[in-house]
Design a protein around this ligand. Structure first.
Ligand code: UD1
Length: 416
């Protein structure tokens, strides 16, 4: 099992060339099943989850080529209707292929993804919505789905689930009639999915708002698309610079996507200036405590940045209470940060109090999950002495070459 060894204290300083969003590329790859044609996607992040999705698409018959950061998926012929258990266990978001597969095939089988480290993460809303569209579903260890026609319907989501919204869109694009999603998730990655599908000839409007309308079409065409920049990866590297006293230029951002993160970084004392396509962040002299941080659905502060922002707050000039509203077990990084002499206290599964300290100290820690692992790397970059961080496979699921990127930006980091 690989580890990162980090000697803290170096400034994270320079220019970041950002790749596409993890949470965008996965649904785009699933959407590629719909057109029975060629899909060309640029700016693909080379992360473990993308490789898993490539394996999934190949396992059901797609021809997939990856050339540097360009992906070509030929979905003309499918040879299987089943997603193997191995993939679903490896990557929970494999469930995102279900909507597209059931649109394409009359009978589909996929394994139940089960819970995950950060919370229960049920898929009840995905399945309830597909049933409403006319899919018969037998639920057990295997989820067995059968349908004749998919008929457009009105669907009201009880919770604005990102994955369920995407699965409904994917299942409805070629349905008979109109599907309307009320209380849809508004995350930027759903807008990217809408743009991708509409370039194929789909008729989806409203993504980015809580009401999405999909008018079914009979046929879709080939498509070429560039993935939106990864707002969470950008935020993570910005915190790295903010913590270490550096200046970071990011080459490409979409302002409305990154604003919920930037608003809090600015409050914490960072100076952020926008360039033509990107931004420049200058670290604060003293990190100001944010008092209260609440994660919520877009356009509020994203749960996927909670752990990284917490690392910043461990060195702030006062106390910050974090209120995590999306997941019920997303504070696993706290006890690891405390090994570095941070002062965090988990009050209950949704609330954690952080008291800023003057210094963090290198220690041996374990990545509990993807973003929690990123938070430990950030803390190690500023901690005095050496940190050894294990279980880094979690981080590699979502960050391309994080070790190389941080090294290029000045970090003393190696993988062993
Ligand atoms: C996506 C993101 C993830 C992010 C999350 C919230 C991807 C690949 N992953 O995950 O990085 O943290 O959005 O922004 O895009 N829920 C149900 N029933 C369901 C579905 C969800 O109760 O059928 C609940 C979940 O348990 C959770 C909440 O809804 O508490 C939000 O989950 P959801 O928006 O579905 O997250 P994901 O799509 O899994």
């Amino acid at each position: 099992m690989s580890k990162y060894i980090i000697a803290g204290g170096n400034k994270i300083h320079g220019t970041l060339n950002i790749k596409g969003a993890k949470n965008s590329i996965l649904p785009l790859m699933a959407a590629s099943l719909l057109n029975e044609s060629i899909n060309i996607i640029h700016n693909v992040p080379l992360i473990a989850d993308v490789y898993t999705m490539i394996d999934i698409l190949r396992s059901i018959g797609c021809k997939v080529e990856l050339d540097d950061h360009d992906l070509i998926i030929d979905s003309s012929i499918l040879t299987s209707n089943e997603i193997n258990e191995v993939y679903v266990k490896k990557m929970r978001s494999s469930i995102i292929v279900l909507g597209a597969m059931i649109s394409r095939l009359e009978h589909v089988k996929i394994y139940e993804p089960g819970g995950c480290a950060i919370g229960k993460r049920p898929i009840d809303l995905h399945l309830k919505s597909l049933r409403r569209l006319g899919v018969k579903i037998d639920e057990g260890e295997i989820i067995d789905c059968e349908r004749k026609d998919i008929i457009g319907k009105d669907i009201i989501l009880e919770t604005p689930s990102v994955g369920a919204t995407e699965n409904i869109i994917l299942a409805s694009v070629k349905a008979k009639g109109k599907t309307r999603i009320y209380n849809a998730a508004k995350e930027p990655e759903i807008e990217d999915l809408q743009n991708y599908l509409n370039k194929m000839g789909a008729r989806v409007i409203g993504a980015g708002t809580d009401f999405i309308e999909i008018e079914g079409v009979k046929k879709l065409d080939k498509v070429e698309h560039t993935v939106i920049p990864d707002r969470i990866a950008i935020g993570t590297y910005m915190v790295a610079s903010a913590l270490t006293g550096g200046t970071l230029e990011v080459d490409r951002i979409i302002r409305s996507h990154i604003d919920p993160i930037n608003n809090l970084l600015i409050k914490s004392g960072c100076d952020i200036n926008y360039t033509q396509e990107g931004l420049i962040l200058k670290a604060p002299q003293n990190i100001k405590s944010l008092n209260f941080v609440k994660t919520d659905i877009h356009p509020n502060f994203p749960t996927d940045m909670q752990a990284q922002l917490m690392s910043l707050m461990t060195l702030a000039d006062g106390e910050t209470v974090f209120y995590e509203t999306i997941f019920e077990n997303r504070f696993m990084h706290c006890s690891e940060l405390n090994k570095m002499r941070a002062k965090t206290e988990v009050i209950n599964p949704h609330v954690c109090r952080v008291e800023g300290v003057k210094k963090l100290y290198g220690s041996e820690t374990k990545c509990p999950d993807l973003r929690g692992g990123a938070a430990l790397i950030l803390a190690a970059l500023v901690g005095e002495g050496e940190s050894i961080i294990s279980d880094i496979h979690h981080v590699e699921r979502g960050y391309e070459d994080i070790e190389k990127i941080l090294k290029n930006l000045g970090a003393d980091i190696k993988k062993a």
